[in-house]
Design a protein around this ligand. Structure first.
Ligand code: PHE
Length: 431
């Protein structure tokens, strides 16, 4: 539950549908499905297995499977780069999540007809953004400082089922509205001519790595909390399936919603005739849609933004856990202190971005998710397949699945992470 909570986030409900909308709908869906299963799942397994074997944070874990001095140094650099990357991801993530919370409170303000408050909550003022960043990081810090069992696991198992229920209810409602079928058509009828566009593959790969929380040590640290009794390939498969499944299902909500908005007179294309994707979609198009729905729209808006806030929170806690576990294990700092100090640092970076939004936001997003994550994912594959002893890997997987040696997984996966994943990631990357 916690690992799928980490995977399922804004990347699924906001990133995937908007990427699909701007990249040929179902053509993107096909590329994404292929890359997620063929590249991201094996990379996810690499992180989970290393994590469970080492039972430690990213840096110590990579070091413990490396033998020579040089590979230990590389282990430190990769682990450290992952930690810095995830800290920056959390910084931009908190800004977007803050918007979601502001809109959630706006729905409540509207129910009570508090229009001045509502107007402030939907304004894009830096003050509002800063306050909600602080609130969101505080919540994340609170859960993380409660620890793995009472914080992460408890909240993930409460929030994840609510997320699924809300998502399904919203889909049923939105799909029944006029205009929704056009959105379904754009999403589900492929325009295969777009598959030859290298940008589509790069987007789909970035999306798959971001969505499965790869390359930054999150899944590694969650792997380190998994019991030896668990069957890792099956568990990783379940996490990947849930994550990919929820992204695909979220597309059934977001694209129809955009076309319902269009048929209600809301603008969904920008001046170049392209979809208003990115943050603009959720904070401008959807609230406009909810407004055109009359009184019921307020409830739909409340449901939608609580969905977004829940999805963000189960992901943000997994991000903060990466530097926090490092500070606890490597430097002996207490969990509470580490969460507070690192939370404060994240807030500072977020505020820097809030006040310099235009140059910084897009740059931080693209450097961390398009540049850093796939390359670090590649590095994790190299550690699992080239640095670590093959017998040790097998011994680790066998703990929870004694017959794995004869399974398709063991016949395919080692070869896959050793050769196919690194080469494929590099090819897509240099495209
Ligand atoms: N997977 C999360 C999402 O889809 C984002 C994430 C990235 C979480 C990296 C942890 C680490 O929103």
């Amino acid at each position: 539950m916690a690992a799928s909570g980490s995977a399922v986030g804004l990347g699924n409900i906001w990133g995937f549908p908007t990427n699909a909308a701007s990249n040929g709908g179902a053509a993107f869906l096909c590329a994404y499905l292929f890359l997620a299963f063929a590249l991201a799942y094996p990379a996810l397994m690499a992180e989970l297995i290393i994590g469970r074997a080492a039972r430690a944070n990213g840096i110590s874990a990579l070091q413990s499977i490396s033998s020579g001095n040089r590979s230990r140094l590389a282990a430190f650099l990769v682990g450290f780069a992952g930690m810095i990357t995830v800290t920056f991801i959390l910084s931009f993530y908190s800004i977007v999540s803050g918007w979601m919370m502001a809109h959630f409170f706006d729905s409540i303000a509207e129910i009570f007809k508090l229009m001045t408050i509502s107007n402030w909550l939907t304004s894009d003022a830096p003050l509002r953004n800063s306050l909600f960043v602080i609130l969101f990081v505080l919540l994340t810090v609170k859960i993380i400082s409660a620890g793995v069992k009472d914080g992460i696991e408890k909240w993930a198992s409460r929030l994840m089922p609510s997320l699924l229920i809300l998502l399904i209810l919203l889909i049923f409602y939105v799909v029944s509205l006029p205009g929704a079928v056009d959105g379904l058509r754009v999403y589900l009828v492929p325009d295969f001519s777009q598959l030859s566009d290298p940008a589509l593959l790069v987007d789909a790969m970035g999306q798959a790595f971001f969505s499965l929380s790869l390359g930054v040590g999150t899944m590694l640290i969650y792997g380190s909390y998994i019991s030896d009794k668990e069957n890792l390939p099956a568990l990783g498969g379940l996490v990947a399936l849930l994550d990919i499944g929820i992204a695909v299902i979220a597309g059934l909500l977001i694209l129809p919603a955009m076309y319902v908005a269009l048929s209600n007179g809301v603008e969904i294309f920008d001046s170049n005739g392209e979809f208003i994707a990115g943050p603009g979609l959720i904070v401008s198009v959807l609230p406009n849609l909810f407004e055109t729905m009359g009184a019921g729209g307020i409830l739909v808006s409340l449901a939608f933004f609580s969905l977004m806030t829940i999805a963000s929170l189960t992901s943000s806690i997994s991000m903060l856990e990466v530097p926090v576990s490092y500070a606890i294990e490597y430097h002996g700092i207490s969990r509470k202190r580490a969460s507070i100090w690192i939370g404060a640092l994240v807030t500072l970076i977020s505020l820097l971005i809030v006040f310099n939004f235009d140059p910084l936001f897009d740059q931080v997003v693209s450097i961390t998710t398009e540049l850093s994550q796939p390359l670090l994912g590649l590095a994790f594959c190299i550690f699992a397949a080239w640095v670590w002893q093959r017998d040790e890997v097998l011994k680790e997987i066998k703990k929870g699945s004694p017959h794995v040696e004869n399974s398709v997984f063991w016949r395919v996966w080692p070869f896959y992470v050793k050769f196919i994943c690194p080469v494929a990631i590099l090819i897509v990357y240099f495209q």
